[in-house]
Write a protein of this length. Sequence first.
Length: 202
Amino acid sequence: MSASKDKFHFWVGMSIVIVIAILIGLLCTVFTPNYFRPKTIVETYFTESVNGLSPGAPVKFKGIDIGKVTDISLSSKVYPDDHISLFSPDASVAVVRMIVYMDENQLKEQLPDLVQKGLRFQTELAGVTGTIYLAANFLNPTLYPPEIKDVPWKPKYIYVPATISLTNEILENIQHFLHMCGKPITISLTLEICKAHSVVRA
């Protein structure tokens, strides 16, 4: 009789554990849909300002989330034993690291061809909200070469080149145009035009 009760309690306990495990799996699937997806850490470098971009910002391709920014630091902090001589011997660039929901081996295999075809990271404005995210775009590799072609350090993670953002490119063109017209340059005006451009592109 005692053996039967022990067996009964065992199976009741196992059933409870299985149910809890299934519930946890369902919760992870519903509330964290990327939990079971493959993840790869990627890094890129910017010589331009990344002001407004912050950890947690989405990484998008054609408007679809493919990852998120995890860390933004100066190269002098990330790679303290090396430096990059762009403006002065101690100049630093922005190192942006992110998680992308892709298989690491597959990405490593296809990346050289993708970069040759113009794959670049850019910062972009998210419509009228003005928040900044990271976008992976295919651009003309001649018109949009990598901001940094060579670095004196070995990247810790998979490296994908970045190029000047469309927002900064528009800003520079507007400032140049206003300067040529002899008009005063206001940051608020240029930002509003950049936001309007983002809305049109969206």
